[in-house]
Design a protein around this ligand. Structure first.
Ligand SMILES: NC(=O)c1ccc[n+]([C@@H]2O[C@H](COP(=O)([O-])OP(=O)(O)OC[C@H]3O[C@@H](n4cnc5c(N)ncnc54)[C@H](O)[C@@H]3O)[C@@H](O)[C@H]2O)c1
Ligand SMILES: O=C(O)C[C@H](O)C(=O)O
Length: 307
């Protein structure tokens, strides 16, 4: 499998590194607009091959899309990250132009590619990629929910005083500070609902900490996070490569599912060799439904800025 990663910055390089370490792809092509940058990152990563024991060939190129030809999967991480105090939505002015041109360049050289959109504001960038390319719905996947769910599990594990591997939980809705919907009522520790262990107040704290997970890290780091984002994307690429039919919350273009149309937003999806193979409609409580509707309103407001 050939994977192109557009943007060799913090998230793109982290994603390439995890893909290589997991050793399921034959080739990763890193591409960046900054002269020599992707080449340098690729060389640095390749010098880890004998140390970390991987056979994936990582190559870097400056803005030459002919080198991405024949990609099975492409990950778009190109664009600017937010600084402390900013929202993801504030990035739209610069990132929309980048994502639009990158998505069209990718399919010119890889007509069968499955695109994973990471650049923020992610739900709107995934929607834009659909509009710009006209690709079938299964072939554009927004990454946000996989990361947000990992952060939810981290916060749940912290509250429960247990390893994250004991915890199951999912975040749906928009990938924004206010739009995320952590499904706390369905979260469990080894099949036992977390409400059996945590007070209502502690559960609400977990929900709030999860929603501002990206902002909290941005404040600490001075720019946004990259390790967990890179790991989340690599897990999705792996599910495509291995056709594993794993379920991740992904930003998918909806056509009536969850009562929503003409919007990309986080919902549970089955990921396999065809990208989004199924959107799973789970039963939501009235409160959860109201939160998803509110979240969708927020995403639609950001989408309107594209016009
Ligand atoms: N969806 C998510 O969960 C999630 C998680 C983390 C970061 N992000 C987003 O991912 C994006 C990248 O974050 P980062 O921390 O890696 O930023 P970064 O600045 O480290 O890297 C971005 C890279 O994109 C490159 N670039 C810019 N325009 C380009 C173009 N037209 N073609 C190719 N490359 C181009 C830059 O040169 C830079 O190397 C940001 O928009 C950030 O908000 C999203
Ligand atoms: O927080 C950000 O701006 C980056 C990303 O969306 C994240 O959640 O880490």
């Amino acid at each position: 499998m050939k994977v192109t990663v557009v943007g060799a910055g913090a998230v793109g390089a982290s994603c390439a590194e995890y893909i290589a370490i997991k050793n399921f792809a034959s080739e990763v092509m890193l591409i960046d607009i900054k002269e020599g940058f992707a080449e340098g990152k690729a060389m640095d990563l390749m010098q880890c091959a004998s140390l970390n024991g991987f056979d994936t060939k990582i190559t870097g190129v400056t803005n030459d899309y002919s080198k991405t030809a024949g990609s099975d999967v492409a990950v778009i991480t190109s664009g600017i990250p937010r600084k402390p105090g900013m929202t993801r939505e504030e990035l739209i002015g610069i990132n929309a132009g980048i994502v639009k041109s990158v998505a069209t360049s990718l399919i010119e050289h890889s007509p069968n590619v499955i695109i994973i959109v990471v650049s923020n504001p992610m739900d709107t960038m995934a929607y834009l990629a659909h509009k710009a390319t006209g690709l079938p719905k299964n072939r554009i996947i927004g990454m946000g929910g996989a990361l947000d769910s990992a952060r939810f599990k981290f916060r749940l594990a912290e509250a429960l005083g247990c390893p994250a591997s004991d915890v199951d939980g999912m975040v749906i809705g928009g990938h924004s500070d206010t739009g995320m919907v952590p499904l706390i009522g369905k979260a469990a520790r080894n099949s036992v609902k977390v409400s059996e262990f945590l007070s209502e107040e502690r559960m609400q704290q977990v929900v709030e900490d999860t929603k501002v997970g990206g902002a909290t890290l941005t404040k600490l780091l001075g720019t946004s996070a990259w390790y967990a984002p890179g790991a989340a994307v690599s897990a999705m690429v792996q599910a495509i490569a291995l056709d594993s039919k794993k379920m991740f919350p992904c930003s998918a273009l909806l056509d009536g599912e969850y009562g929503l149309t003409d919007i990309s937003i986080g919902v549970p999806c089955i990921i396999g060799k065809n990208g989004i193979e199924k959107i799973v409609e789970i039963e939501l409580s009235e409160a959860e439904k109201a939160k998803i509707e509110e979240s969708a309103e927020g995403v639609k407001k950001t989408n309107a800025l594209l016009n």
